[in-house]
Ligand binder design. Sequence first.
Ligand code: SF4
Length: 223
Amino acid sequence: MSAVPVDHGAPLEAYGREVAGCARCRLSQGRTQVVFGAGNPHADLMFVGEAPGFHEDKQGLPFVGQAGKLLEKLLAGIGLQRSDVYIANVLKCRPPGNRDPQPDEIEACESHLFRQIDLIEPTVIATLGNFATKLLSGRPLGITRVHGQEQSTTLAGRRLLLYPLYHPAAALYTPAMLKVLESDFARIPELIGSAIPELAPDPAPELTLVATPTLPAEQLGLF
Ligand code: SF4
């Protein structure tokens, strides 16, 4: 008997409609709209950035400004397009003046991200910058220390690889960082291809839908 394929698209879309009305934190007051995420609901590769900026807030899509263009260029370099991957942020609403996300905002919003991971079931999550990396790894190590080093972990009850990368917005104006980002990016196809045993022992702390620690603001800077 052949297995019936699971359609992750419809539940993800339904969840997006639900989050569109979210008012769990103060960011609901200044946003134009919730930027839920976009891309392939069946993606093996998911990117998680920080928060929507000006253009994202206006258009309702993640990574549509200059950083988005760079992300698309980097994806093209490994033979992928936006439509092949799923892109989301830690926060779904724009912080005023693009300030850093606050710990209570991350805490209020993180269950939306974990639900997305649960529904998409990616094999690899590339975290872009410090906020996503620290939230999903549950560790305080900054992106400068951990970029390009994949970590096997369990998120939303699934084994997957976490792959921290510099945030494209930071790399835009720092040529040395861009070079590192390009070189880290080049390893993504290899990581997607590497199998992760479902029941392998996990040396990393187990993260669940609701029990992820929120780190203090000073530990969550961009670099
Ligand atoms: S940032 Fe997240 S928790 Fe806050 S209002 Fe937006 S969707 Fe809700």
